[in-house]
Ligand binder design. Structure first.
Ligand code: AMP
Length: 281
């Protein structure tokens, strides 16, 4: 275990590598974009219980935003983030600036074929390639024994799982369930932008996923029937649907009939805030 009395804030790759070279025991990495909420805390807590040294990164990756304003308006609250991270037992916060991660000469992009081009990839072209690229960079910089991701971003999780296997990356991927508020709304940094009325509307995502799960549990096998029920619920909550799909829970291939576990995935706009959610049904 690394003997760190106080959480350290590190900005350069060189400094992070030097500190981690002195760490014994396992290193856990929790990549985040900041605006820390209880979903992130669940990841940090899991990393804390598994690992000798916990590194949390905060990096709002400009390349993964398709809309410039979405990037510019991404919620930021460093002092609160640091306080929550410290209280969650984080040893090192890695918060590089953009030039540290993307020097002028940077040209490489990682593409996890098929897993990154559909669903989110179809509506946000290049988004998941940029996520894969920043994640592999963070993994190479930190070389953690364990890396932690949430099932809230299920396509991202499945893509990274595939990338780690395909590229022989020496780490263990750990995932945690989606953390929700008491009404079922999946926690997300973007919820900060929702008005109270929009929060009510956003509950339509959870309602439609729950209804899919209930239908499936009661024996409904037709993906179309389930999707049509989900669509009704989303529309009745004034949500503007980007996609709604019932998929294989590993490949994300759309299924027609549910045979065993399937994944219901949704992306929808609540006003101008884009929300995603999913559930195993
Ligand atoms: P982000 O800061 O949005 O990039 O998210 C950092 C990590 O937190 C990712 O692995 C997300 O999947 C995870 N995460 C975000 N929201 C939740 C949530 N509500 N429950 C669990 N994990 C989450």
């Amino acid at each position: 275990m690394l003997q760190i009395e106080e959480m350290r804030l590190i900005k350069t790759v060189k400094e992070l590598k030097t500190i981690l070279a002195a760490a014994t025991g396992s290193v856990g990495l929790v990549p985040t974009m900041g605006a820390i909420h209880q979903g992130h805390v669940a990841l940090l807590t899991k990393a804390r219980s598994d690992c000798g040294t916990v590194v949390a990164s905060i990096f709002v990756n400009p390349h993964q935003f398709n809309i410039k304003n979405d990037y510019l308006n991404y919620p930021k609250n460093l002092s609160t983030d640091l306080e929550i991270m410290e209280n969650s037992g984080v040893d090192i916060v890695f918060k590089p600036n953009i030039e540290e991660i993307y020097p002028n000469s940077f040209t490489t992009t990682v593409n996890v074929k098929s897993l990154s081009d559909r669903l989110e990839g179809a509506f946000r072209p290049g988004h998941l390639d940029s996520v894969a690229t920043i994640v592999i960079k963070l993994l190479n910089i930190c070389q953690p024994n364990f890396v932690y991701f949430g099932q809230k971003d299920i396509q991202q999780l499945l893509m990274i799982k595939r990338m780690i296997i395909d590229l022989n990356i020496q780490t263990n991927l750990v995932s945690i369930d989606t953390v929700r508020d008491k009404d079922g709304l999946a926690l997300s940094s973007r919820n900060n932008h929702l008005t109270e009325a929009q929060k009510q509307s956003a509950l339509g995502l959870y309602s439609s996923l729950k209804s899919a799960s209930n239908l499936s549990r009661n024996g409904e096998k037709s993906a179309n029937k389930i999707k049509s029920e989900m669509e009704q619920i989303l529309l009745s909550h004034n949500l503007d649907i980007d996609y709604l799909a019932i998929c294989d829970s590993e490949t994300l291939d759309e299924v027609t009939y549910i045979n065993g576990a399937a994944l219901a995935v949704i992306a929808a706009y609540c006003g101008n805030i884009r929300l995603i959610d999913n559930m195993l049904i």
